[in-house]
Design a protein around this ligand. Sequence first.
Ligand code: SF4
Length: 217
Amino acid sequence: MRLQLNRILAPVTVLGYGQRIGLWVQGCGIACPGCASVDTWEPSGGESRDVDGLAAQVVREIISRRLVGVTLTGGEPTDQAPQLELLVLKVREYLSVAGYEAPVDVLLFTGRPARAAAARAAGLWKLLDAAVCGPYRRDEPGEEPLLASANQELVLLSPLAAERYSRSDDVARLQVVSEDGQLLIVGLPRPGDLDRFESLLCKRGVSMRGNSWRVTT
Ligand code: SF4
């Protein structure tokens, strides 16, 4: 089985509890105005990955970096629910075989409301610890950790998630990563954050091309 993937990154520190691995799937037709991940919309973009090989890579990263969670985002993960269900099953199986003892939670970000996501991705939903659900609404900025807009909902689906995600501590919302000559901004920017970041870099002589949060560059 193959999954269309935009990006894999570790450690990710702003999309869930602790240090995690993040998988951005490719393809999203929800098209929220103001989406910061426009580069994940085109379903045929990114790269096609064998799920078993991807699971092995995820497990290697978790073990070598002592990570505590997996974040599934995109793009729209529920559009590739069977692939992600298999991926999570394999990651858990391989971690168990390797004797990795730290609890690893799986957190999903979906642009669909919780009920619709659970119906569309029933098998995957049963394997999750938590899910952030609902489309991004630019005009309703979210104040709670993990919620990009106030209409979104954090659904806790396991005791581990209740332990890790019940508190609403103020946490960093953006992480900047340099990888393969690219500057990546990970997280949940508030309105204007990305423009301010670009302007700050511009003042320091860094010009940006190919911004993923703009349809045209
Ligand atoms: S915010 Fe998420 S659901 Fe909305 S268009 Fe962007 S990737 Fe799709």
